[in-house]
Write a protein that binds this ligand. Structure first.
Ligand code: IVH
Length: 679
């Protein structure tokens, strides 16, 4: 908006801005629970600064532009800073750095290039640490810049803050020194802290800075002590007591006195080098384990700093140049669901497009139903959106102060938006899923998996071809793979007759398939190669598995209720049964496990171990039946053992079988197996 014309408009806007900013100061500094993004706050503040500089008479003594934070909470004792803790003027790009350098140069008029010392602006909480005769006597927050909260006990719990200054022969320990720095939390520590809080059902922190602020301002310092806080120091209040003449020298001295200082510091550089540094740090921020939101540029020489002086709000000798924010606020226009390759149905927020760190973001993942509920994201909400590196943008939190009653809650649809099949949410799983293998959204992934090495192992059926097959409609179900012929394939992009023939041959050769590979190929949730083998060894034939109940499946050693449920749910679906029936009709021959296809001697190559007493036959009779069908019986369990048949009061062989992951079957299952194999 442009207020330069109309002072009346400017006056009412300034008043409104002051109210808004006071409110957000309170949310940010006192409650540690901001309601708007930092970027939005900066924009509002910038707008007010502009109005007040255009019409200085509109500025009021209590304007937020004159203050740095909010008054301290009652609960802490307060302390008056020896030197006010000022804020910094903000810049956002190259032109702001050039303008700053021009202002400084003009004002100092030295005739030479001004030298700056530059460091990252760590995004944490400002702290003032006072040392008397080398010992830490107080720690304080910034408060309103003049008076802060006394948090000495809390500060003392932070390992990297020295309780006494490091002595050196050549350095006289200053009698009094008030060190200024930034308390922060590593991103990795912040994540673990939030994970822990989530597990305990506690609210999570929106970002590392909020976590640092919340941790530092605990009335009970034992809580602070448990939080992984750290510090970088970046200056002192009184610069005249140290016997140094520049900012770079101060940083050096502070480091030698035992304070952590940020390693990425560039001393005594010109404005061009400052601009380079800004660009380098913007790149580097992605690799750092702590958040930085810009750089701080300071005129290096104290003599020059003094000549430039301060405004009530900030020094004229320094500027913070902020990177583009990685968090922004925007409106949720809609919440839709997307179906992934595994059938997982993900709620996605469709956003009013917003530029975050130079990239336009118009969608953010909401992960799953629980996440939507926990964050209480509604259609029409104003939300804080975050982008970190190349990861998918996510909604950090809702900004509830923007709610006006028009917001609508999200409900997970009951049916798949792509194939209209009923959606299922399995016990103990966050994701809602479409389990129809014919669903086009997941068909591509399923076909690829079906053709992969551990499954049907069809050479040449790769991603590009599968995409084409599904998109042209040639493959609408897994069974359609076996309907493909040379003529159909030849018509596809970049497919010659020879390759088409090769693929058809590969498909033909894959038709004789052991049960375990067949089961794995179906891509049933939770059924990987190992689980497929367990199922195949236990049930031996597909028919036995198709008639099994959930309880039967749960009897298998190493198979739990979750997998038992997915398996029965999968086979209960008519679509899946039809696909399997079609495959068999098209010549897919599912071989009983371990037979290598010789169904006349069905148990050929399968070794049994018998333990315990059988009720319907003696062990000798059992052994005879097994051997008649081509199987072998041995006395001890090994990795080669196919089945351990456990009768009444089984012995230690059961335990050995469990240890080695060998299939254990009871007498009923054994008799069934003999029937199925015709033994
Ligand atoms: S110098 C009078 N240097 O940024 C100048 N500040 O608005 C005092 N900050 O919350 C600030 N890193 O705590 C300075 N290297 C750095 C900084 C830094 C982070 C914070 C500071 C304050 C804000 C300044």
């Amino acid at each position: 908006m442009n207020f330069s014309e109309n002072k009346e408009q400017a006056e009412s806007r300034a008043e409104a801005l002051r109210k808004i900013l006071h409110h957000h100061n309170y949310r940010y500094f006192v409650l540690d629970d901001p309601e708007i993004s930092d970027a939005e706050y900066d924009r509002l503040m910038q707008e007010l600064i502009e109005i007040e500089s255009r019409f200085p008479e509109l500025s009021t003594p209590d304007s937020p532009t004159r203050r740095v934070g909010s008054p301290p909470l009652d609960k802490f004792e307060t302390i008056t800073h020896h030197v006010p803790m000022r804020s910094l003027d903000k810049g956002f790009d190259e032109s702001d750095m050039i303008a700053f350098d021009q202002r400084v140069s003009r004002s100092l008029n030295t005739g030479e290039k001004i030298r700056y010392t530059v460091e990252p602006k760590v995004d944490g909480v400002a702290v003032a640490l006072v040392y008397q005769d080398g010992a830490l006597v107080s720690g304080a927050t910034r408060g309103d810049g003049y008076t802060g909260e006394l948090i000495t006990r809390n500060v003392k719990t932070i390992g990297s803050i020295p309780l006494v200054l490091q002595k050196h022969e050549e350095i006289d320990i200053p009698e009094f020194i008030d060190v200024r720095g930034e308390i922060y939390m590593n991103i990795s520590d912040f994540r673990s802290l939030n994970q822990m809080r989530m597990a305990q059902g506690l609210p999570v922190f929106a970002n590392p800075r909020n976590a640092s602020a919340g941790s530092l301002r605990q009335l009970d310092s034992t809580i602070t002590a448990q939080r992984p806080l750290k510090v970088f120091v970046y200056g002192v209040g009184r610069t005249d007591l140290l016997g140094v003449s520049s900012h770079a020298q101060t940083i050096n001295l502070l480091h030698r006195l035992g304070f952590p200082v940020n390693p990425h510091l560039a001393a005594e550089i010109t404005v061009d080098e400052v601009i380079d540094f800004f660009r380098q740090m913007d790149e580097m921020r992605k690799t750092l384990d702590y958040e930085i939101d810009g750089i701080v540029v300071k005129v290096d020489r104290y003599a020059y700093q003094e000549r430039l002086g301060n405004t009530s709000r900030s020094p004229r000798w320094a500027i913070a140049v902020k990177f583009q924010a990685m968090q922004e606020q925007t409106r949720v226009q809609d919440i839709i669901v997307q179906v992934g390759r595994t059938g997982a149905v993900t709620p996605v927020a469709v956003l009013e497009p917003v530029s975050i760190g130079g990239v336009t973001v118009s969608r953010a993942s909401l992960h799953n139903q629980d996440e939507v509920q926990k964050k209480d994201v509604r259609k029409g909400d104003m939300v804080l959106v975050q982008r970190a590196g190349d990861v998918i943008p996510e909604v950090v939190k809702v900004l509830p102060s923007y709610r006006d009653g028009s917001q609508r809650r999200f409900e997970m649809p009951l049916h798949c938006p792509v194939c209209a099949h009923r959606l299922i949410r399995f016990q103990d799983e966050a994701a809602t899923r479409c389990i129809n293998t014919g669903c086009p959204a997941q068909l591509k992934g399923n076909v690829l998996h079906f053709a992969s090495k551990g499954a049907f192992d069809i050479d040449g059926l790769g991603k590009k071809l599968v995409d084409q097959l599904v998109e042209t409609g040639l493959v609408r179900s897994l069974a359609d793979i076996f309907r493909l012929d040379v003529e159909m394939l030849e018509k596809l992009d970049r497919m010659g007759r020879k390759s088409a023939e090769n693929i058809v041959t590969a498909i033909d050769n894959s038709k004789k398939v052991p049960l375990s590979k067949f089961l794995y190929g179906l891509g049933i949730r939770h059924v990987g190669l190992h689980a497929a083998k367990l199922l195949a060894r236990y049930f031996y034939t597909l028919d036995a598995l198709l008639t099994a109940q959930k309880d039967d499946i749960e009897k298998i050693e190493q198979v739990g209720p979750v997998m038992a449920e997915t398996v029965t749910a999968f086979f209960a679906m008519p679509e899946n049964r039809k696909t399997i029936g079609d495959m068999q009709a098209l010549g897919v021959d599912i071989l009983p496990e371990g037979t290598g296809g010789k169904t006349d001697r069905a148990l050929e190559g399968t070794t049994f171990v018998l333990t315990g007493t059988l009720s319907s036959m003696t062990r000798k009779q059992a052994a005879e039946k097994i051997e008649a069908a081509g199987g072998k019986v041995t006395g001890s369990v090994s990795g080669q053992t196919g089945y351990v048949v456990a009768g009444q009061s089984p012995g230690s062989k059961m335990d050995q079988a469990r240890e080695k992951g060998v299939a254990i079957i009871d007498e009923n299952r054994f008799i069934q197996l003999l029937k199925e194999t015709g033994a």
